[in-house]
Design a protein around this ligand. Structure first.
Ligand code: IMP
Ligand code: MG
Length: 174
């Protein structure tokens, strides 16, 4: 069940998206960007932030999954990967949340092996205290405590992704 009032309201989310997009637009000015959304979780954040970044860009996706419901198993499957040569691209990976860092580290190394011109990472949420693998985060929206959150693309068992706000999710106790 979803507990209490949202951790981040739609208004706070949108203000943070604008702030991150302004920083990215400034940092990449004069460059052409390849924005890569990591699906499914980042779909909502990705579609918001790319609309606010004011530089020329192309878009692609990586579809990744790790098994189990609330915990990350460490086993990552890539179902779809960036198409074509990226050796002349400035790649910006866009992720919903970094928890242990295992997923993003795996994806980062995979992308780096294709020698992009540059690689940076933007995550909306950072569950810093849970980190097991150190992944460099260039842009992070909010640092959050060790709670399971849903909404704004984030799911529990594939549910709640459509919520326009972020809430803490607790398993029902009987
Ligand atoms: P990591 O590999 O442990 O960093 O896990 C990253 C992935 O686990 C994210 O991309 C999410 O899909 C999922 N995840 C981690 N924490 C949460 C959460 O609080 N809510 C929803 N999904 C989460
Ligand atoms: Mg994700």
């Amino acid at each position: 069940m979803i507990t209490g009032k949202p951790l981040f309201s739609t208004e706070r989310i949108q203000a943070k998206v604008k702030e991150l997009a302004a920083r990215i637009s400034e940092d990449y000015s004069g460059k052409e960007l390849l924005a890569v959304g990591i699906l499914k979780g980042a779909f909502m954040f990705f579609s918001d932030i790319v609309r606010s970044i004011e530089i020329p860009m192309t878009l692609d996706f990586i579809i990744a999954s790790s098994y189990v419901k609330t915990e990350t198993s460490g086993e990552i499957k890539i179902h779809y990967d960036i198409k074509g040569d990226i050796s002349d691209k400035h790649v910006l990976l866009i992720e919903d949340i970094v928890d242990t860092g295992v997923t993003l580290n795996h994806i980062r190394e995979r992308v780096l092996s294709r020698t992009p011109l540059s690689l940076k990472i933007c995550t909306f949420l950072d569950k810093k205290e849970r980190r097991l693998v150190d992944v460099p985060l260039d842009y992070a929206g909010f640092i959050i405590p060790n709670e399971f959150v849903v909404g704004y693309g984030l799911d529990y068992d594939n549910k709640f992704r459509n919520l326009p706000y972020i809430s803490i999710f607790k398993k029902k106790m009987y």
